[in-house]
Every structure is written in C-alpha cells, then in structure tokens.
Design a protein around this ligand. Structure first.
Ligand SMILES: C[S@@+](CC[C@H](N)C(=O)[O-])C[C@H]1O[C@@H](n2cnc3c(N)ncnc32)[C@H](O)[C@@H]1O
Length: 227
C-alpha cells in the first residue's frame, strides 16, 4: 500500500481488545499455525491441499455460522476473514471439535486480504453476514459495503460467482442495494430482500437483532461480467 492509500483508508472496524478464554488462547497457539493463512500468501487457494470451489466469509464474528456452513458444504473450501482475536480462537475450537478440514483463517483486514492475497477470478462465493451497520451518519464512511469495496470484490471473483449479504439494519439494507446498483456487474438474484437461503444458518448478530425486533434482509447477487 502506498502512503496516500494508507492515509485515506477508513477501516470498517475498531479493534476491541476482548479477553481470550484459555481455550481460545490455546486454539490460537496450536491451530493458527496449521489453519491460519500468513499475510505473505498471495493466493488464498494455495492454503488448501485440494482444488475445490472457494467460499470466503468476511467478518465471521464468533465463527459458528462458518463452522456450520463448512460442515454442511464439505465439497467447498472455506476461508474466514476476521480481525477479532477471540472470534478467531472460537472458530478454531469449532474447527477442531468438528474435525473440519476445509476451513482456513486470515486474521487480517479483509480489504488487505482481498487486495494482496486474492488473485483475479479466484473466489467463487463471498458471504458477508451482518457487517457492522455504523448507524450514525458521520460513521457511514466506515461501512464495509461501498462501491469501491464491491469493485475490489468483483475483481477477485469468478464470472458467475455469488455474493451474499445479510443485515438486520434496514437503512444499511437500502444502502447495500444502492451500492450494488453502482457496480452493475453484480446482478441481483430474484427479489433484493428474499428469504434466507438454505446455506445460511442463523448468526449471533442476527439473533441479537431479532431480539430487538429487527427485520432481517438477505441480498444475493451474481457477478455477470457481460453487464
Ligand atoms: C457485527 S459483527 C457480525 C459477526 C457475524 N458475521 C455474525 O453475524 O454474528 C461484524 C464482524 O466483522 C468484523 N469486521 C469488520 N470489518 C472487518 C474487516 N475489514 N476485515 C475483517 N473483519 C472485519 C468485526 O470484527 C466483527 O466481528
């Protein structure tokens, strides 16, 4: 990253210190060496011993949805990207207890991973569930889903690849649809706010939103380069 990019970057997260449980600490120490992806790996696909469709989940939180999906779709490889250490520790514990061989983790800002560690046409699916909504107007610039980010994603996804977003924050759902309309290579599949697709389990933040009475919005689109 050059200096001007460095100055310009507004991040979509704030690092929360968050205490690690002894189990998470152990999982990080023992499992990150085998299941983590180092920042110098230039192609996420190289982290697996087999060729298989690659699904990336960005901001997996505690990783329970990712572990469920990876168990449910054993023919796909999954990379989870998350900056919150306790969440990574928790995911690694699930990977171990469920014996999941198809999960790897990048503990790094997803924007950097996409830019520096994903080759063009290397991602088959990208799933981003309940990204931080940054509800205050002055924080909207921190929202992950923005046209430049979508363009970065498009540049790394295969033609025909699927992008699946979900949120419980209605204004962010509208914002997502508007951002997608600015990047026409992404075509909505069906209605913008359809039913939850069968491959997505309920997530921790989704349940939190539901307890507050929030409606849930799923948005599925396909990368179509002839648009
Ligand atoms: C609101 S939580 C949702 C977690 C989970 N997907 C769920 O539904 O329960 C958003 C997560 O995204 C992570 N995150 C935000 N921006 C990120 C980025 N640029 N790279 C990696 N992780 C990010 C945060 O650390 C946080 O854990």
């Amino acid at each position: 990253m050059n200096e001007s990019q460095h100055r310009r970057r507004v991040r979509s997260f704030v690092r929360r210190p968050g205490r690690l449980t002894p189990g998470q600490q152990r999982a990080l120490e023992e499992l990150l060496p085998s299941h983590g992806i180092e920042p110098d790996c230039a192609d996420l696909r190289a982290a697996f011993e087999r060729d298989a469709p690659l699904v990336v989940e960005i901001g997996f939180g505690n990783g329970q949805a990712l572990a469920w999906m990876a168990a449910n779709e054993p023919d796909k490889n999954f990379v989870g990207i998350e900056v919150h250490e306790p969440g990574v520790g928790r995911l690694l514990r699930s990977v171990e207890s469920k014996g999941l061989g198809n999960v790897r983790v990048a503990m790094r800002d997803a924007v950097e991973v996409l830019r520096e560690q994903c080759l063009p046409e290397s991602l088959d699916e990208v799933r981003i569930y309940f990204p931080d909504p940054w509800p205050k107007k002055r924080h909207h610039k921190r929202r992950l889903i923005q046209p430049p980010f979508l363009e970065l994603l498009a540049s790394r996804m295969v033609d025909g690849g699927i992008l699946h977003l979900a949120t419980d924050w209605a204004p962010y759902a509208e914002w997502m649809v508007e951002a997608l309309s600015a990047v026409p290579v992404f075509r909505l599949e069906g209605e913008p706010f359809g039913q939850r697709p069968s491959w997505r389990p309920s997530t921790h933040f989704e349940q939190r939103g539901q307890r507050k009475g929030h409606e849930i919005f799923d948005i599925v689109c396909r990368l179509t380069s002839d648009a």
